[in-house]
Write a protein that binds this ligand. Sequence first.
Ligand code: FE2
Length: 366
Amino acid sequence: MRMESIISVLLSGLAGLCVFLFILNRYAILMRDSRYKTPLVLLLFVVIPGGLAWAGWVLPAAGWMGVPAGIILLCLMGECRRLWIRRQCKGSPPVDSIPHQVGLFRPFTTTDAVVHRYEISLPSWQGPAFRIVHLSDLHVNPKVPAEYFRNVLSVAEDAQADYAFMTGDFVTKAEALPELEQVLRPVARRSTFAVLGNHDYWAGADKVRSVIRNAGVTLLRNETLRLDLEGHEILLTGWDYPWGERPADFPDTKGQGLHLVLSHTPDNIYRLSRASVHGVFSGHYHAGQARIPWLGPVVIPSLYGRRFDHGHFVVHGTHLFVASGVGAANPPVRIYCQPDIFIVDITGYSTVGQGAAQPSKQGEHL
Ligand SMILES: [Fe+2]
């Protein structure tokens, strides 16, 4: 076998892998769960990189190699663009992350939850400093000990937040609903607001809604509440899009006070920032669920690839928080990717410099 042919096969296979990952991230991973999804993804994995590698083998290298080289160049340009936009939007890192990152020799992180605490200042907020605890993607699953979920929720409870936000994917399958009912009980004691995620819709939205509401959680379906915090108004919207009923366009509430949104997917961020929303709380991506150390996630179910994979971003003035989430789905395993909850302390015009409320137990090991 000539060296030229070997290079052509390797280059073509790499180009095929790039095309496969593009299709997987943008389209295949967003498909509704079914028994056909995994075989389809495997088929794409075999056909696309394999097909291009085969073309690299049978076609004359001199005429063909420009095709895979062009594909790889396009992918590299796309990654550079992503990194540049991500850098422009990068927000502040957490002021506390406890416990810290796990080690290289402990790849399985399914239940190694961490608390990230952020502090942000919103000059347009005239009210007192307040605290939000944000949980996402519980994915309660009989294969994961219920004790783990209860521990995480108890740490969230002890954070003494003014509001708790839960941004969807409570379960992966309907069979976990009895366990979800048990896990959610402690949450009922606080001001907790939630939206559903794609897996909740796929598992049966009405059944999930029933369990959540019975636990005392306020579920928002493309609707806005007006919350009162010591005489100051906060608008809170739960936005299901693109799952559930197709809503009217998002209301522009510019000038009507602080506006926060719960949106399962961060992909809504550009639409929401155009509507002058101040803060968006999301999950959905699981921070990739499996990450390569130093390189990050391979797969993110987003129209924007890995742009907003995890953490705090500021997009055209709108703060976006993307939690890794508490659980995992399909399979329920995390690799080099810690589950997390966020604590967000918000200060405003009159409280800048005073610092936010002190954490109670947020530094506790989960
Ligand atoms: Fe999820």
